[in-house]
Structures are given as structure tokens and as C-alpha cells.
Design a protein around this ligand. Structure first.
Ligand SMILES: C[S@@+](CC[C@H](N)C(=O)[O-])C[C@H]1O[C@@H](n2cnc3c(N)ncnc32)[C@H](O)[C@@H]1O
Length: 235
């Protein structure tokens, strides 16, 4: 077996034994693929992890960048419980349509607001309208804009908000600072995001590398310690 096949087989084993299959999210994954959307949603294990993180954080309001067919959205919607909300930002109307159908079919649609448009615009609308603070933010849209999304997320946070950024290792391409690779803009966006997480004293985070059937990747996890920007020269 190649490494990827082994990682996939281990993932399947872990879902069957320790994680437990989740038929409702499996249905959303299958319907997303059947609708012809790209199979780029998070793994079952990561979806479950994000639901658990939201529960551990006592989240009632989640903000997501990048909806696709609503797979990760569904984990968050289940975690926030009745009365909780998930606001998810998606550029492609077709993706939003598939997500809406999936979330409604799962009985969770009334907790989810899907905002269609470029996330830089729709998140600015949220900021301008005084939305937030959100308890958990998941950043999983176009990676080139990741540092901008992190800045926006901080404006919609409170101390204690959890911010998760996906696909930050990219098969090791995160090390490529040359700007020459096939996904150079995404790598640059991820590198700026990770640097910001490390440099900004308002954020305290870690990064975990992962392997799965989708290959070698990783996600960043940070908690917001403070929402006020540091003042240069202050004691
Ligand atoms: C990796 S997929 C999201 C997967 C989803 N979070 C999950 O795990 O189920 C990224 C999504 O971001 C959307 N996207 C790309 N550029 C965007 C932008 N500028 N604004 C909002 N969404 C964007 C894509 O259309 C795609 O649906």
C-alpha cells in the first residue's frame, strides 16, 4: 500500500472503532459529491474534532469561511445546539445551494445563515453591521486571503474565541517561500497567516500536521487572548 492508502485505511478503522460513523454527516458528504462539487471537505475525524472543539468552547455562534456543500458547517451546526447559529461565507452560489439543501435535510438549516459572495466583502458586511462576537471561527476558503480573513476574524472575536485555519501544511509546500509553486498564492497566504498567528500577541496558538486519505496537511488552532491591537511603544 502507498502511504496515502494506508492513511485512508487507518482513518476508516478509526471512524469504525473510536470515532463512530455519523450517518447524517456521511449523507451530506455523499450528496455533496453527487452534486458534482469538489471532494475537498474536511475528513470525518477533523469534522468531529471541530464539533468537539465548538462544544468544549461552549460555542453558540460560529463563523465559517468556505461552505462548499455544508459538511463542516453541519458539524458546527450540530455542536451549537438549538438556539445556536452558524454563519458561513461562500463565493459560489451553486455550492451555497447544495449546502442549503444538505443542511435542511439534516434538520439543521434553521441554525445556519449562508452569505453568498466574496468572503472579504461578506465578512466586512458582518463587521459593519456589528455582528459577533463569534465563539469559534473556521477559516477554509481561498487560502490566498487567509491573513485577511484572520484580521477580519479578530474584529469579530472576544477573548476566548477559537480560530481554526485549515490546510496550512499542503504536503509540505508551506516551506516554499519562493512563490514559484503551482499554488504559490495559496502558500503565500498560508505563510502570512501562520506568521500573523505567531507574531500577534492577541493570538496564542499551535499547528498540528495531519495525514489522511487526502494526504499530508495540517491545521492551525489559536485562542484569542485579547482583542485590542498592541500599541507600539506601550509598556
Ligand atoms: C475547502 S472548501 C470548504 C470546505 C468546507 N469548509 C468543508 O470542510 O466542508 C472551500 C470553499 O471556499 C469557497 N471559496 C473560494 N473562494 C472564496 C471566496 N473568495 N469567498 C468565499 N468563499 C470562497 C469555495 O467555493 C469552496 O466552496
Amino acid at each position: 500500500m502507498t502511504s496515502r492508502e494506508q492513511w485512508s485505511a487507518v482513518d476508516d478503522y478509526l471512524v469504525e472503532t473510536a470515532i463512530r460513523p455519523d450517518p447524517a454527516s456521511d449523507r451530506t458528504r455523499a450528496a455533496t459529491h453527487e452534486a458534482g462539487l469538489p471532494p475537498i471537505e474536511v475528513s470525518s475525524g477533523q469534522g468531529k474534532l471541530m464539533g468537539l472543539i465548538a462544544e468544549l468552547a461552549g460555542a453558540r455562534a460560529v463563523l465559517e469561511f468556505g461552505t462548499l456543500g455544508g459538511y463542516s458547517t453541519q458539524w458546527f451546526a450540530a455542536a451549537v445546539g438549538p438556539g445556536g447559529t452558524v454563519t458561513t461565507l461562500e463565493y459560489e452560489p451553486r455550492h451555497a445551494e447544495v449546502a442549503r439543501a444538505n443542511l435542511d435535510a439534516a434538520g439543521l438549516g434553521d441554525r445556519v445563515q449562508i452569505r453568498v459572495g466574496a468572503a472579504l466583502d461578506t465578512v466586512q458586511e458582518l463587521i459593519d453591521s456589528g455582528a459577533g462576537p463569534f465563539d469559534v471561527v473556521f477559516i477554509d476558503a481561498d487560502k490566498a486571503n487567509n491573513a485577511n480573513y484572520l484580521d477580519a476574524a479578530l474584529k469579530l472575536s472576544r477573548p476566548g474565541t477559537v480560530i481554526i485555519g485549515d490546510n496550512v501544511v499542503r504536503g509540505g509546500r508551506v516551506l516554499d517561500a519562493s512563490g514559484a509553486g503551482t499554488d504559490a498564492e495559496d502558500v503565500a497566504g498560508i505563510r502570512a497567516y501562520l506568521q500573523r498567528q505567531g507574531d500577534d500577541p492577541r493570538l496564542d496558538g499551535t499547528v498540528l500536521q495531519t495525514v489522511s486519505g487526502k494526504g499530508w496537511d495540517g491545521f492551525a488552532l489559536a485562542i484569542v487572548r485579547d482583542v485590542e491591537p498592541a500599541v507600539a511603544g506601550a509598556e
